[in-house]
Write a protein that binds this ligand. Sequence first.
Ligand code: ADP
Length: 447
Amino acid sequence: MIYRLFNYLFFILLGVSAGYFLPHGMGRWQGVCVGIFAVSVFLFLYDTWQTLRFLNWLKATDILQSPDQSGLWGEAADRVRRLIKQRDSELNASQESLRQFLSAIQASPNGVVLLDSEWHIVWSNRTATLHLGIDPDRDVKQLIAFLLRNPVFNSYVRSGLFEKEIVIVGRNNRADHPQKIAVQIFPYGDGRKLLLSRDITALEQAEVMRRDFVANVSHEIRTPLTVLVGFVETMQTLSLSASENQTYLQLMSQQAFRMQTLVQDLLTLSHLEGSPMPGNSEWHDFKQLWNSCHDEAKALLEALNLKNGLMLNLVFEIPEALIGYEISGSSEEIKSAFSNLVSNAIRYTPSGEHVKVSWMQKDETFEFSVVDTGTGIAPEHLSRLTERFYRVDRSRSRDTGGTGLGLAIVKHVMQRHGGQLRIESKLSRGSNFVLVFPQSRLRRKLV
Ligand code: ADP
């Protein structure tokens, strides 16, 4: 500023001296006035020129490039430039935090929709698209109720009571693939709303399964219990002969045994669900498992032979090379998977037919296979066989002591051992149930 003042005074002095000393036709004081006037015009033009340069620089596309100006105008331009630079970096920083914040909301497993006070969509994430079909670009400024067109949601909005969530059908809901979405609104700010959505299809399905399971268990226990109570009442009220008593006791024992088997299978299932996966640290002699499965099968066949006169051609086949092997995991679980399959084959194969149990090594796997030439299973039942209490032939299953839980147990056991259950069957031709074990579960016995 002082420099500018000196500058100004210097030029005035120069004009005054020039007007006073230079020879010309007018008087000295007139010369001084002309000198001052000329200098003022010069300074005015100079300042205007500098102002125009400054304005041009302000209009320039790259304002961060310093203007070629000095003095006060240069200083002003430099300050403006620094201010703009500072604002720019502040803006960048806040844009970056906004971007990170939005990408965090994008990653959320919940659908998020921001709504203005008039229920127009302001912003939504990708999950909201999956749940509610909202397009984050196309549907901005659209009325949410207009987009969802869901009567339950509309009355929720009209009620204004948002303490609880509501459940609506999802955008991808189909008969074979139901989708249930929980939606809740959270008002905030001046009338704005945050809408959160959650896919609760799996939860709902689990709840339905739980209810079905309880109903099935109650039904399975009630039937033998009713028979048992009936016999007890009969024996209490009627005077029966010794042989009648014996028959009734025999029937009662059968029903009690049925309930016992059911409870045993339920406990096995709950143990399979609740206990840690069997590791690879415990190794068991495969031959022992094989022999115990063989002995159990023989005993069952003999029992059914005595009871129903069942005659089967039962064969156990294991290659010599696979005898000296060990298997890792839970021997109890593996034994129960083997005997479930063998017992099913014996129970669902009519007299005169064949059941072959074999153990073989494939490329990357070991397979326990039970082939029978029994009743076979129609294709529509195959995918449901491992569901709890699913039976193709209910009365045959019950008559032969089935609980409807055997294959569910087998499937669980195999999953826990990193293997799988494969089922191939043709109605009236027979079935092949295969337990596929990964190679890592078997090794040659250490000597
Ligand atoms: P269950 O105790 O009734 O045998 P499972 O879970 O072991 O229950 O089997 C489910 C159903 O699968 C059985 O009720 C039966 O209808 C069918 N099934 C299982 N194994 C065979 C087989 N080898 N041959 C024909 N049907 C079978």
